[in-house]
Design a protein around this ligand. Structure first.
Ligand SMILES: [Zn+2]
Ligand SMILES: [Zn+2]
Length: 245
């Protein structure tokens, strides 16, 4: 069965490639959506800071002051958003179903995690952690056909062999956070998520919430609050990039 699925997906790739030949998003060279040279131009995030207030902090730990407002312990941001190639990849991930973009973007996240030895320093592994993608509302999911955060989580989960738990459901189809001010964002996302019990997932597991791009961090924070209220104690956030407010 798995072979059949693999064959079908390579048939799909073959047909797509006939209609839309693959071109590098960065330089236009044919063959791949991102050539190696352009991939190397996307810089991994060099800074370690609290994603809420941007104060420097080791391992991007949420600072003490911000922890008063958030159960998140750390938020890791893999790459610098100010890069055109990265932005096109993210656009492709969100608005076109191009699996290769999720592979490249998850690759960046994995490189970031490995370079900073984050999972080993915090003893996060397959036996004690679960990855939770930020969910889309059902309506948006049906329009889009996929959840980009789930696609990222799947790639990262394949690499680390950490299971995925779909522990959240988005009950409100919130308007996009993009054009909202900081306080409006918080109000917009408040109570948007509910806990979805999975009896197989122990509450002592470390949670790694996965989102594509974060801005103020209020979506991750809202998800973390729901999980904390449901009994999870160790909650982290992980995203490709952080856009300026
Ligand atoms: Zn290129
Ligand atoms: Zn802070």
């Amino acid at each position: 069965m798995k072979n059949l699925v693999n064959n079908l997906s390579s048939v799909k790739d073959f047909l797509l490639n006939l209609i839309f030949p693959k071109e590098c998003l960065g330089c236009g060279q044919e063959g791949r959506y991102l050539c190696q040279l352009c991939q190397s131009k996307i810089l991994l995030n060099q800074k370690n800071y609290c994603a809420f207030c941007h104060k420097e902090s080791s391992l991007s730990k949420i600072c003490q002051l911000c922890q008063k407002e958030s159960p998140l312990l750390n938020i890791w941001v893999a790459a610098d958003y100010n890069n055109e190639i990265l932005q096109s990849l993210i656009h492709n991930l969100k608005y076109k179903y191009i699996e290769e973009s999720s592979q490249s973007l998850a690759g960046l996240i994995i490189s970031y995690l490995e370079k900073n030895k984050i999972f080993s320093l915090l003893a996060i592994n397959r036996s004690n952690a679960v990855m939770v993608p930020v969910p889309l509302h059902k309506k948006r999911y049906l329009e889009r056909g996929f959840n980009q955060s789930f696609l990222l989580a799947k790639e990262i989960s394949d690499f680390y062999k950490i299971e995925i738990g779909q522990l959240l459901r988005r009950r409100v189809n919130t308007i996009s956070q993009v054009n909202l001010k900081r306080n409006e964002r918080q109000a917009n996302i408040q109570n948007a998520f509910v806990f979805q019990e999975d009896k197989l997932i122990d509450k002592n597991k470390k949670i790694i919430l996965i989102d594509d791009v974060i801005t103020t961090g209020s979506t991750l924070n809202e998800c973390a609050k729901v999980l904390a209220k449901s009994g999870f104690k160790e909650i982290y956030g992980l995203a490709i990039a952080q856009r300026d407010d």
